[in-house]
Design a binder for this molecule. Structure first.
Ligand code: F3S
Ligand code: FES
Length: 249
């Protein structure tokens, strides 16, 4: 029988590699008339991320597989994709958190034009963000010292400063998919970050923009956006706060 000391020092078993099937929705505008599924088998560890698997497929099986990525650590927001039917960042999705006994499906995010494989045209998304003027608006002369803000004042919009603009929220919203007339949750999050900033003087203009037919009233409180956000931002709550600010403006 082993002693307590021996048990305490026994190393944990090394994680086992397993062969997992990835089913990827491919589209090459030069060759295809419509997207089609293609399967790849990849040997991965449970602690690998979906981004690791895609990198292995691209490096070892099919160099034409196209996807965006940059930081690899959930900061740049470039690798949002639909994994097993849910919007997530490939670099933050571990194999062990998916059911790897079945094929793992990977598709481009929905509601934006698919350019190639997992890459979409982000321009309509960025255009909506630009329209809410996501920058500090002030009047008068530049101050000669720092603009002071209390901890309590900063706290009001702290959550919406965390956005990395990955588009996981906007492209999970059924209203955004269906009518193409909605700014989408990310643009409202971007506006929220400045509307509630005590140093900013542009709230009235932003609220007027968001009171338009493309604005906050299109939100049906579906909560898909909140569930999809890889930063855990309470997006639906932020949208409700903007709605209330419009009513009180
Ligand atoms: Fe869409 Fe989020 Fe509203 S998913 S309907 S923006 S709560
Ligand atoms: Fe930067 Fe995933 S690669 S967020």
């Amino acid at each position: 029988m082993s002693t307590a000391t021996e048990q305490a020092t026994t190393p944990a078993p090394a994680p086992q590699q397993q062969t997992v099937t990835f089913k990827i929705l491919r589209f090459n505008p030069d060759e295809d008339t419509a997207p089609h599924w293609q399967e790849f088998q990849v040997d991965v560890y449970p602690t690998d991320r979906v981004l690791d698997a895609l990198t292995m497929i691209k490096g070892e099986q099919d160099g034409s597989l196209t996807f965006r990525r940059s930081c690899g650590h959930g900061i740049c927001g470039s690798d949002a994709m639909r994994i097993n039917g849910r919007n997530r960042l490939a670099c933050k999705t571990l194999i062990k958190d998916l059911n790897a006994k079945k094929p793992i499906t990977v598709e481009a995010i929905k509601g934006l034009p698919q350019e190639k494989d997992l890459v979409v045209d982000m321009e309509p998304f960025f255009q909506a963000y630009r329209e809410v003027m996501p920058f500090l608006i002030t009047s008068g002369h530049d101050p000669s010292k720092e603009r002071i803000q209390s901890i309590a004042e900063r706290e009001v919009f702290d959550d919406t400063t965390k956005c990395i603009m990955c588009a996981a929220c906007t492209t999970s919203c059924p209203v955004f998919w269906s009518d193409g007339q909605y700014f989408g949750p990310q643009a409202i999050v971007g506006a929220h970050r400045f509307i509630f900033d005590s140093r900013d003087e542009g709230a009235a203009t932003r609220l007027e923009i968001l009171n338009s037919k493309e604005g906050v009233w299109r939100c049906r409180t579906t909560f898909n956006c909140t569930e999809a956000c890889p930063r855990g931002i309470q997006i639906t709550k932020a949208i409700q706060e903007v709605k209330r600010a419009v009513i009180n403006s």
